[in-house]
Design a protein around this ligand. Structure first.
Ligand code: ZN
Length: 414
């Protein structure tokens, strides 16, 4: 794996990761996102439906909590999750938790971290964790980490999270080199430390001394801290990390928050946000076009999109409250769409927008048809990937400020 930066503007890194995967044949543009999955499939979509979409991320994220209880099956299968789940040719990144699924806290110890599957709690030591990774056979995976540092956590708890995570990393690294199934895979070190600057910097420095392929920035999700503090902490962390390795941020997906984190030096994001939007029956409709032709600008302004949230939603920073709508989406369950015969987003090239109207989506939602989730997921994913394309374009043309204004404009009504 090789990271080549083509441009760094005020902390924002534009580049490309090449030589990815066991074959070395994949590449990924930065900043970018990973494809979010549950049990190794994009929710609602078969692989063939998914691959109707252009510009999909070349790296697919899976999480261990949904796979841990199937360890024996995977060990018996012997060929890894990518083949088990019938994934198309992709690079596989395995994270510890699915951050879009709430889980109980307070179960981590010095020696173990717990994950929760459908059958309950599974306690993972570094040895058990690495045996699982050997069965999963990802191309990238994060090391075992203690990420339990909520805003109420003490300095002592933050220090413990950093120490434990470094101990887990050293154990994982030593087992990594002895594991035949993980040959050619990259291990990502995890930066912890809660909201304590000193601990964050220590975590970053110590992790950077280890032979890791990249870094996972954990514990920065929306519930954990205010955006301003998050930006400051991330900037302090990325300053300590080597330039030539990717930085992946977990738990952040709102477009405005993504942009702020890119400015703090983050390269990669999860894409659970479009899934959460889909689950509440909404469609992403924010504009990321910074060079709109006059006609479509007028269409957008006249459209009802963007104003579906109501005053209570404006500026809400609650990505982790799946039921709470953000200003970047429209609620298709709303009566106003009953006879709205426009596509979800005018000009969107996705399957849903090319073939269906808002009124049809409204009908599918009120009659509780599963197709609603399929069509919304297709559009939301396409829209989200389009946003990342626009973000890279804005970085290249030095128009990040214009993109930021466009996103803020969308907030509270286009
Ligand atoms: Zn669409």
């Amino acid at each position: 794996m090789k990271l080549e930066l083509s441009r760094v503007v005020q902390g924002c890194r534009r580049g490309v990761l090449t030589g990815l995967g066991r074959s070395g044949g994949h590449s990924l543009e930065l900043p970018g996102c990973l494809l979010y999955t549950r049990c190794a499939s994009v929710p609602h979509l078969t692989h063939d439906t998914l691959h109707n979409l252009p510009h999909l991320p070349t790296v697919t994220q899976i999480s261990l909590d949904s796979l841990a209880e199937h360890q024996e099956v995977l060990e018996e299968f012997r060929e890894g999750v990518a083949k088990f789940a019938g994934l198309h040719d992709t690079v596989l990144f395995c994270s510890l938790h699915d951050l879009a699924t709430p889980r109980p806290s307070g179960y981590n110890t010095n020696k173990t971290v717990s994950v929760w599957g459908s059958g309950g709690r599974i306690e993972l030591s570094a040895t058990r964790y690495m045996a699982l990774q050997a069965a999963v056979r990802p191309d990238w995976y994060q090391s075992l980490a203690d990420g339990e540092t909520p805003p109420s956590a003490s300095r002592k708890r933050a220090r413990k999270a950093v120490d434990r995570t470094l101990t887990h990393l050293d154990e994982c690294l030593s087992l990594h080199h002895q594991t035949q199934e993980l040959r050619g895979a990259e291990i990502f070190g995890v930066v912890e430390g809660g909201d304590m600057l000193e601990e964050r910097v220590r975590s970053a420095r110590e992790t950077a001394k280890r032979p890791v392929g990249g870094f996972v920035l954990d514990g920065f999700h929306s519930d954990a801290m205010e955006p301003e503090l998050r930006g400051q902490l991330i900037a302090a962390v990325t300053k300590e990390l080597p330039e030539d390795k990717p930085r992946l941020l977990l738990g952040i997906g709102r477009p405005d928050e993504v942009l702020a984190c890119v400015e703090a030096g983050v390269d990669l994001f999860e894409s659970s946000f479009p899934f959460q939007v889909t689950e509440r029956g909404c469609a992403l409709c924010f504009s990321f076009s910074i060079e709109p032709d006059p006609e479509s600008a007028v269409l957008e302004r006249n459209g009802p999109q963007g104003d579906g949230g109501g005053p209570g939603v404006r500026g809400a920073t609650a990505q982790n409250h799946p039921e709470q709508m953000t200003p970047f989406e429209m609620n298709l369950k709303d009566k106003r769409y009953r006879d709205d015969f426009r596509p979800l987003v005018v000009g969107c090239e996705c399957y849903c927008c090319r073939n269906h109207q808002r009124a049809y989506l409204h009908h599918l939602l009120v009659t509780n048809e599963l197709l609603a989730g399929v069509l919304l997921m297709l559009h939301n994913l396409a829209h989200y990937c389009g946003f990342f394309c626009a973000l890279r374009g804005a970085l290249e043309s030095g128009r990040l400020q214009a993109l930021r204004q466009r996103l803020l404009q969308g907030e509270g009504g286009v």
